[in-house]
Design a protein around this ligand. Structure first.
Ligand SMILES: NC(=O)c1ccc[n+]([C@@H]2O[C@H](COP(=O)([O-])OP(=O)(O)OC[C@H]3O[C@@H](n4cnc5c(N)ncnc54)[C@H](O)[C@@H]3O)[C@@H](O)[C@H]2O)c1
Length: 348
């Protein structure tokens, strides 16, 4: 599949990318990832032409394979740290390119920081050149380990510049500054979404985030890994809600940062119980120490999103988890070879 897919996308090289008869031309950097692929589904469904630019470091071709062969879809395999050259019109740019899970972004922290900063600069330059509107996928990590809850956009955060999460947190903070300054200095039309924990189908099973960890462990009958005493909290937004928020923000006349997340807060103990209940798993719990700089609590103040975008998350955690569990169960079933006469082990 990957080779065929690359051959197929080679029919639509960047140089040939012009504004066709369809809707807007939208570039999604990081489009082969978890959130980006759901966003692309929505953009294609509404009639846009989409360029997915991705280095496939944490994204997967399988996430966008359904669009192979669609003449309104182009895949460019490229790192956002390199200058980005696109021929033809680009009306909107979504910058989602960055590994989002701590174990992944800590593999090469210098490259993670470059991805946030150089990637933002390269895409902002492209937006300036094309007069495109550009949205940055920022993060609740800009608030660090917050001293107040819930966190409104005016809160400036408590971030460690000198720890294992800093490459991501500080990279995203620097990217926000670049967005602010390109708007001020060059008049680039910016949008900034501060995304809180999001989950759903197509999260990578091995990406180390708590929802995918718990669900895959429960389905495999392994113990759930719970860090600390489990009293730390997170708010979980289902991916369809988030994509709806990103699309609304892109269309709104709002250049200040906007929190996008679900306001319901859960302890990790409660999440573990919910996953065990929904999967019907009899897995136990293995406790491990809290990772360094792990935030104790996370909950968005979504007043701004409600007032300016008319948006709020709708999907309850139990419902979103059930859909996510169904996705992982199907993936795991596919990964398990069917027992045929040939591969059933027999005693000799
Ligand atoms: N999912 C969440 O809970 C969450 C929360 C806050 C912010 N975000 C932000 O949303 C965006 C998408 O997150 P996700 O959960 O889909 O993560 P993901 O890892 O699934 O997707 C990121 C995508 O970016 C690509 N990428 C990474 N580095 C790149 C580079 N240097 N050049 C080109 N492509 C690159 C990856 O291959 C992948 O396809 C990220 O920017 C992340 O920081 C996500």
């Amino acid at each position: 599949m990957p080779d065929d897919f690359m051959n197929l996308t080679a029919r639509f090289p960047a140089d040939d990318f012009t504004n066709g008869p369809c809707g807007r031309s939208v570039l999604v950097a990081g489009g082969a990832g978890f959130v980006g692929s759901h966003l692309i589904d929505r953009l294609i469904a509404r009639g846009d032409r989409v360029i997915c630019l991705d280095n496939l470091s944490t994204g997967r071709l399988a996430n966008v394979a359904r669009h192979a062969g669609n003449e309104r879809f182009t895949l460019i395999r490229q790192d956002v740290c390199d200058p980005i050259l696109i021929a033809g019109a680009v009306d909107e740019i979504f910058n989602l390119a960055c590994p989002a899970s701590p174990p992944k972004y800590q593999i090469d922290p210098v490259h993670t920081f470059k991805t946030s900063v150089l990637g933002a600069m390269n895409l902002l330059e492209l937006a300036r050149l094309k007069r495109a509107r550009i949205l940055q996928a920022s993060t609740s990590e800009v608030y660090g380990d917050p001293e107040i809850t819930p966190q409104p956009e005016g809160y400036r955060g408590a971030v460690n510049t000198f720890g294992p999460r800093a490459c991501y947190d500080e990279g995203k903070r620097a990217a926000e500054t670049l967005f602010h300054d390109y708007h001020l200095q060059h008049g680039v039309d910016i949008r900034v979404a501060r995304i809180f924990n999001t989950y759903g189908p197509r999260m990578a099973a091995d990406d180390g985030r708590v929802v995918s960890n718990f669900v895959t462990q429960a389905l495999a009958g392994r113990n759930l890994t719970l860090h600390g005493d489990g009293s730390q909290t997170r708010s979980f937004c289902y991916v369809d809600d988030l994509v709806d928020g990103l699309l609304r923000l892109m269309q709104a006349d709002v250049t200040v940062p906007v929190n996008l997340g679900n306001g319901d807060e859960f302890t990790m103990n409660a999440l573990a119980e919910l996953v065990l209940g929904l999967t019907g798993s009899s897995s136990g719990i293995t406790r491990k120490p809290l990772p360094k700089d792990d935030p104790r609590q996370r909950r968005p103040d979504t007043t701004r999103a409600r007032d300016l975008l008319g948006w709020q998350a709708k999907v309850p955690l139990a419902e979103g988890l059930a859909r996510t569990i169904a996705h992982f169960a199907a993936e795991m079933a596919l990964a398990t070879p069917a027992r045929t006469k040939e591969n059933i082990p027999c005693a000799t």
